[in-house]
Design a protein around this ligand. Structure first.
Ligand SMILES: [Fe+2]
Ligand SMILES: [Fe+2]
Length: 204
């Protein structure tokens, strides 16, 4: 199935796909909108491969970067008024746009499905526990066809065999990248890494 063959059944939202696309497109520059469509295409492929709901994964993908280009001040307001972790406000829009995006998915698009909302919430840093939908979005955002960073081929290869291996790879590489760039690390990112490494070591 490709993006354009998908029609929503109204299970997750009353919005039509066309209306969602039009609204999402208004929130961002054209290059980011194209990224969103590629994340959706990659999410659909992973959903089909791993047996996740294609409709839920498509919606999570289309809405995941809804807040990315919003002003940091507006994101901060939502973080504080909605009782999200206030520590996020010290780490910029990169950290805030996932949880704030989930807030818009619920309030603008009426999405109530917790797995879709969690997937959007966790798409940047991952989650200590992630659903199948969450893992699909987390990996699709990382390996969509427009990505060209060093290591993306390895991530794509891992995603062929195991979403968990690909997710761990992304979590580990993100931490290494932040350390190399001497950037501060949001503590939630460390918690996610700790849970994944403990599970990984526990398994071997
Ligand atoms: Fe994002
Ligand atoms: Fe993204």
């Amino acid at each position: 199935m490709t993006n354009t063959e998908l029609a929503y059944t109204g299970i997750y939202t009353d919005w039509t796909r066309e209306a969602i696309l039009a609204e999402v497109e208004k929130q961002m520059k054209p290059s980011r909108f194209q990224h969103v469509l590629r994340v959706e295409a990659s999410s659909i492929q992973l959903a089909e491969k791993y047996g996740a709901s294609v409709e839920a994964c498509s919606l999570a993908a289309l809405l995941h970067d809804y807040a990315k280009e919003h002003a940091a001040e507006s994101m901060k307001e939502i973080v504080l008024s909605e009782g999200m972790d206030s520590e996020m406000t010290g780490y910029g829009s990169e950290i805030m746009h996932g949880p704030v995006g989930a807030y818009y998915a619920e309030t603008v698009f009426g999405i109530k499905d917790e797995a879709i909302l969690d997937a959007i919430r966790q798409h940047t840093i991952g989650g200590e526990m992630m659903t199948l939908i969450g893992k699909v979005l987390f990996i699709a955002d990382y390996i969509e066809s427009g990505r060209a960073f060093k290591g993306v081929d390895e991530a794509r290869r891992l995603a062929e065999d195991s979403l968990d291996e690909a997710a761990y790879f992304k979590i580990e590489k993100t931490i290494i990248h932040l350390v190399k760039k001497e950037l501060p690390i949001y503590p939630g990112t460390i918690y996610v890494y700790n849970s994944w490494i403990q599970r990984k070591v526990g398994k071997s």
